[in-house]
Design a protein around this ligand. Structure first.
Ligand SMILES: [Zn+2]
Ligand SMILES: [Zn+2]
Ligand SMILES: [Zn+2]
Length: 288
């Protein structure tokens, strides 16, 4: 598994920003301080999100997408979905993969409206391209809390507490189960609601990846801060979702959090213990 990107929507450094985090990251030689927009590779067949830095990250970190089977979109904010990426399979010399695209029902409506807008634009190539996308990508809407089978995994969507890009878009966090192991990918989200906690109760995670967009900032409804993550982990421990053996990784790190890689990791380890770590672009985890 590879963290293809671990930054929030503005990336770190945001070259337009002169905040302390961005200034230090810009001048830093430490590759962990340079964060592209978030995405995650479970393996060569399974990808979470397809934002603007994924194509470049795949090259840098040695990930082939020639046999991609499943793309799990969390939501369609521009850091998680860059429609320009949809061009890349079309530009393959070898036959491109045919892959399933999982997304929420309102997001599918939004994607279709977006496509129709593009089609109505007076460009000679778009209709041909859209036909290609339809042949390459099979869109499958997902319902919250209803497990479904994807190849050798059981997948469930829980609600990301986050307002998406499209009207009424439901944001998806994903619970993946394979060979008795459980992995929750929780981006983007603010503090979880009771429905999520009830659904996850007793499902002990081997790996928890959660976003940390706002670090030491004041509480946020749409994103996690250090404090809200500490509260989430406490609740997960009570519910048997996090055990002492659960690896906890932070991703989707934002400059507004005010902490660089080392500072954020130190702060969170003091509060949560050694099982929590801050991810960085290109970090690999053992196969799930
Ligand atoms: Zn995001
Ligand atoms: Zn900044
Ligand atoms: Zn978002």
């Amino acid at each position: 598994m590879i963290f293809l990107g671990t930054g929030a929507s503005e990336a770190i450094p945001n070259p337009f920003c002169e905040c302390e985090v961005c200034r230090k990251a810009l001048a830093s030689d430490d590759p962990r301080e340079k964060r592209g927009r978030s995405a995650f590779s479970i393996d060569e067949q399974n990808l979470i999100d397809f934002g603007p830095d994924v194509i470049n990250a795949a090259g840098r970190f040695g990930l082939s997408m020639a046999h991609l089977r499943n793309l799990f979109y969390t939501h369609f904010h521009s850091d998680h979905c860059d429609f320009v990426n949809w061009e890349n399979p079309r530009m393959s010399v070898t036959p491109p993969p045919h892959f399933r695209v999982f997304l929420s029902e309102p997001a599918l409506t939004g994607v279709k409206v977006f496509r129709d807008l593009i089609l109505s634009y007076p460009s000679k190539d778009y209709e041909r391209d859209i036909r290609f996308y339809e042949q390459t990508m099979e869109f499958i809407p997902v319902r919250l809390y209803e497990p479904f089978t994807v190849d050798d995994m059981t997948v469930s969507a829980v609600r990301g507490i986050h307002s998406g890009r499209f009207v009424n878009e439901i944001v998806l966090n994903y619970l993946f189960e394979r060979n008795g192991r459980h992995f929750l990918y929780a981006a983007d989200t603010g503090p979880y609601n009771e429905e999520n906690y009830e659904f996850l109760k007793g499902k002990t995670l081997d790996i928890l990846v959660t976003e940390c967009s706002f670090g030491k900032s004041a509480p946020e409804k749409n994103h996690q801060t250090c404090d809200s993550i500490i509260q989430m982990v406490d609740r997960f421990r009570k519910d048997g979702v996090v055990s002492d053996r659960t690896e906890i990784w932070l991703t989707h790190i934002g400059h507004k959090g005010g902490l660089n890689h080392t500072e954020l990791q130190q702060k969170m380890r003091e509060m949560v213990g050694p099982q929590i770590s801050v991810a960085y672009d290109g970090l690999r985890l053992a196969a799930f």
